[in-house]
Write a protein that binds this ligand. Structure first.
Ligand code: IMP
Length: 215
């Protein structure tokens, strides 16, 4: 039976920033939502070339290993002037030789490439954060939900409230970056509200509407 009435789910991520946000988003629905890290699961290799493929790889690995329905998030930053880069390689751009991640280095790389392409005016620095949430069952049955947040890349980085590339991303219609927003502001959504702001909250809202019966 593919229903979520048991209210147990494994959140197929090891990323602390994402886990915090997904925990926030799912909290009003009363789930026992533990993470892949809580279950001691290894991080699967993300070999896909789309957010959808990678979201499925992560959710399927966690669902198969635990026997529980799994919810994953594959996300990234798509910059127009960089032909969509870093895209599915957003996390990789932060990887250092020793395997650790340095997001200041990743933001600097993005900025250097934008400058090299002459993208200085805000109108030339547009892009979006994309999140694809996958709900997957141990038998491989799955559904995908995509959310996107349009915005502009700013420099220098601003704010220390978020994670990853938040300090350089100013969402459309706002004059502060995701890094300067509280978690609530960045989600821009609670169940029952008609709109959401962040890519993750938009994807989660679509998941909640389809699978949790209310959103
Ligand atoms: P992945 O989904 O594990 O491949 O990693 C996606 C990467 O995109 C993360 O490591 C972050 O660097 C970045 N990212 C995704 N969502 C956000 C966000 O909400 N804020 C800032 N960075 C994000």
């Amino acid at each position: 039976m593919h229903d979520l009435s048991a209210k147990r789910i494994v959140v197929a991520s090891h990323n602390a920033g994402k886990l915090r946000e997904i925990a926030d988003l799912i909290a009003p629905f009363g789930f026992d939502a533990r993470s892949a890290r809580d279950y001691g699961l290894p991080e699967p290799e993300e070999t896909g070339t789309t957010f959808e493929e990678n979201a499925l790889i992560k959710a399927l690995a966690a669902a198969s290993a635990t026997g529980l329905p799994a919810l994953s998030d594959d996300s990234g930053l798509v910059v127009d002037a960089l032909d969509g880069q870093p895209g599915v390689y957003t996390a990789n751009w932060a990887e250092k030789a020793d395997g650790s991640r340095d997001f200041m280095m990743a933001m600097e790389k993005t900025e250097a490439l934008l400058r090299a392409r002459g993208a200085v005016d805000p109108g030339d620095r547009t892009g979006r954060f994309v999140a694809v949430i996958c709900l997957c069952w141990p038998d491989g049955t799955h559904e995908l939900f995509r959310g996107e947040a349009e915005g502009t890349l700013v420099w220098p980085p601003r704010g220390d409230k978020g994670f990853g590339y938040d300090p350089v991303f100013m969402p459309e219609g706002h004059d502060i970056t995701f890094g300067e927003m509280s978690a609530e502001e960045k989600h821009g959504w609670t169940p029952g509200q008609p709109t959401a702001l962040s890519h993750r909250a938009r994807a989660f809202k679509a998941f909640a509407e389809a699978k949790l019966g209310r959103a």
